[in-house]
Design a binder for this molecule. Structure first.
Ligand code: HEM
Length: 175
């Protein structure tokens, strides 16, 4: 008998409490999404791709010195993926171009990225051949200089950011 008022109370309270419970879940989800996007707010897709590329160059140099073909193949593949990611983006510097200049600028950017990709494919081929001498030449003459060249032309801020290194190592383009 005593149970009845309790049951009635629960029946009345449940629909009232439900939206609060649901809302707190939504709020938590929203907060989570917000925190997640804040974490990645600083790096856009092109910056992410470039950081990945930079990490690749560092790892690759160490791996080439050890003549570890399997390691080199894995890193060079990751660098190619980073370039594929980057070539679909439009550099911020395109915004400062006039409507007339912009299409040619963006095409030039994409062509330069394709050249880098081609060079990385040639680099991969030399690893498959086990030819580390050829690989080193491709890296030194056709991959590494592209950082400086690409940044001088397409990166804002005078090309400094890409060359700067948080750990004080010498950047790829800082010759
Ligand atoms: C091996 C070659 C390259 C390396 C290692 C490299 C590395 C980097 C790094 C570390 C950054 C700074 C990312 C950041 O701010 O967190 C950057 C930015 C940038 N790079 Fe490269 N890069 C290379 C080649 C290129 C090429 C060939 C181009 C153009 C075709 C290019 C275009 C840019 C642009 C436009 C930015 C500015 C991105 C932004 O802040 O939105 N890079 N790169």
């Amino acid at each position: 008998m005593l149970r009845r008022p309790v049951l009635m109370l629960a029946a009345i309270a449940a629909p009232l409490l439900l939206p609060i419970v649901q809302n707190s879940g939504t709020l938590q989800q929203e907060r989570g999404t917000q925190e997640h996007s804040e974490e990645h707010e600083e790096e856009g897709p092109l910056e992410q791709a470039m950081s990945r590329l930079k990490g690749g160059t560092r790892a690759l140099r160490a791996m080439m010195a050890r003549q570890d073909a399997a390691g080199c193949l894995s890193i060079v593949s990751d660098m190619q993926a980073a370039v594929i990611q980057a070539k679909g983006e439009i550099p911020e510097t395109a915004e400062a171009k006039s409507e007339e200049e912009r299409p040619a600028f963006v095409t030039d950017y994409r062509r330069t990225m394709l050249t880098l990709l081609t060079n990385l494919i040639d680099l991969e081929r030399s690893f498959l051949d086990g030819d580390f001498e050829a690989a080193q030449a491709i890296y030194d003459e056709r991959v590494r200089p592209m950082e400086r060249e690409g940044h001088d032309k397409f990166k804002g801020g005078g090309g400094e950011r890409g060359e700067r290194s948080p750990r004080g190592e010498r950047g790829e383009g800082g010759r």
